[in-house]
Design a protein around this ligand. Structure first.
Ligand SMILES: [Ca+2]
Length: 492
């Protein structure tokens, strides 16, 4: 597809969504449809998951998912919360949805994730007869303004931390005394530990709907800051010890969910996914395969975007498989649709492809020739609303061996051979080696296939609220600053 027809198709998709999604409903009996449970930790890189090579931490329940199923070593999220979440919900890259940078909707207001402009994997699962639920962190709608946002996005039930709502201090809490939004409204759960509330909700939902095919989305609040003690380790004091306690609590909750699937007798028809939305906070250093690794959150380096990614489904997903198949978070929507027997609407072109054949052991490799990650730092505001902080976001593109970094002006400025240089220390951009020049040419073609300017987020304007950020507070970065940043990046 050339650029013009691509843009036309993207525009037609948005228009058709306004008119309602057209999907085929498959007639397979419910028992054949696997439950899908997608668990996503907030801010955690491989250096904190034992099964990925982390040291000084034990994560037995996570590791059991990997060894009893499939571990992907080349799975890309986006570098930060909002881009990752919109990407996985829509199957589209941030440059296409416009949600390129981070935008904390309940805190900063103005724009929001609009169901009249975007569909989600939950809405698509519902067309195939699934019942759907979400628990944990959402952050791309303000539930004060649209209390039914989760339903609009395709979830039958939900139990979400509201996100920090501007002007409402109690809503800042996601862990102890959490402030949670359900169908009954938003309130503080005094004395409770939020991660327990979210998990209890999901287990209760599973009990109530165990005879139906379920699509369960669990974007955990853990292990994002603030660092806190957990119910199991009430006496931890130092920051790193709190973080480790939080990682161990993730592991425990995943174990509880898997146990619940066993207890309900539905483990054999459930596929569990485990991943994270971006790397660990830069304030935390872990150890991966003998090397100290500083958290890579909001970075495009491998420890920022190449995440733990396990898929487990006894009897469906082959066990004990480690695969280097390429996949990124645009693949989740088409993969979920494929596994559910749902059809991605023709008028909703996605950037991803289904990796279901790999997951089900029917294909050795994914068809992808590259994966991509982009989007970090806060978005900007102008008089038309939320927009990217630059017209064209920096991005990284890689295959199994080579990776390029692309600058704000769409030029490739770094090339790394990840097989020889997994920590991206040697820039081969000036290399005359034919293999390196071929790699650059391959990725240049990918760059050329993308629009020269990233989309803006699209949403119907809503009435102003007192907590809305004002455009003057976060202007797009000026040219001088951009030049300085570019220089620093190239030197670094
Ligand atoms: Ca995050």
């Amino acid at each position: 597809m050339n650029r013009r027809s691509f843009l036309k198709a993207a525009g037609a998709g948005a228009a058709a969504v306004l008119a309602g999604c057209r999907t085929a409903v498959h007639a397979a009996p419910a028992a054949e449809k696997p439950n899908l449970l997608f668990i996503m930790v907030d801010d955690l890189g491989k250096e904190w998951v034992r099964g990925c090579g982390a040291e000084n931490i034990e994560t037995p329940n996570l590791d059991a998912l990997a060894t009893g199923g499939m571990r992907f070593t080349n799975a890309y999220s986006m570098p930060q919360c909002t881009p990752t979440r919109v990407t996985l919900l829509t199957g589209r890259y941030p440059w296409r949805t416009g949600w390129v940078n981070h935008w904390d909707v309940p805190r900063w207001g103005v724009g929001y994730f609009d169901w009249t402009k975007h569909t989600t994997f939950a809405r698509i699962l519902k067309t195939a007869g699934y019942t759907t639920a979400a628990a944990g962190k959402w952050q791309i709608n303000d539930f004060r303004v649209t209390p039914d946002a989760m339903a609009r996005h395709g979830f039958d039930d939900w139990c979400m931390w509201t996100g920090f709502e501007g002007g409402n201090p109690p809503s800042g809490k996601r862990y102890w005394d959490p402030y949670i939004h359900t169908r009954a409204g938003s309130k503080t759960y005094e004395g409770r530990f939020g991660p327990d509330v979210y998990t209890d909700f999901l287990i209760d939902f599973m009990k109530r709907h165990k005879d139906e095919p379920m699509g369960l989305y669990f974007p955990m609040c853990l292990t994002h800051g603030p660092l806190v003690h957990t119910p199991d380790e009430p006496d931890v004091k130092a920051g790193l010890d709190k973080h480790k306690a939080m990682v161990r609590y993730v592991d425990k909750l995943v174990g509880r969910l898997v146990q619940a699937l066993d207890d309900l007798g539905i483990r054999q028809r459930t596929i569990v996914f485990f991943s994270t939305d971006n790397g660990t906070s830069g304030s935390l250093t872990g150890t991966l395969n003998g090397r100290k690794v500083r958290g890579g959150k909001a970075k495009e380096s491998e420890n920022g975007v190449c995440e733990p990614f396990f898929v487990n489904g006894p009897g469906r997903v082959p066990a004990g498989v480690v695969t280097d198949a390429l996949t990124d978070f645009t693949d989740l929507l088409p993969t979920f649709a494929d596994l559910a027997g749902a059809t991605v609407p023709d008028d909703w072109p996605v950037d991803g492809v289904s990796i279901a054949p790999v997951i089900l052991g029917k294909a050795k490799d994914s068809p992808r020739q590259y994966i991509m990650a982009l989007g970090h730092g806060p978005a900007a505001l102008d008089d038309k609303g939320v927009r990217g902080k630059a017209d064209y976001a920096t991005r990284v593109i890689r295959d199994k061996q080579f990776k390029v970094w692309v600058d704000n002006d769409a030029t490739i400025f770094r090339l790394h051979d990840l097989k020889a240089d997994p920590w991206e220390e040697t820039n081969l951009i000036k290399s005359e080696t034919p293999e390196h020049k071929a790699a650059i040419a391959k990725f240049q073609a990918v760059v050329d296939s993308m629009p020269e300017t990233d989309a803006r987020p699209t949403y119907d304007p809503r009435a102003a609220n007192p907590w809305d950020r004002k455009p003057s507070a976060s202007k797009p970065r000026d040219r001088k600053k951009r030049e300085a940043d570019k220089k620093a990046r190239k030197e670094g």
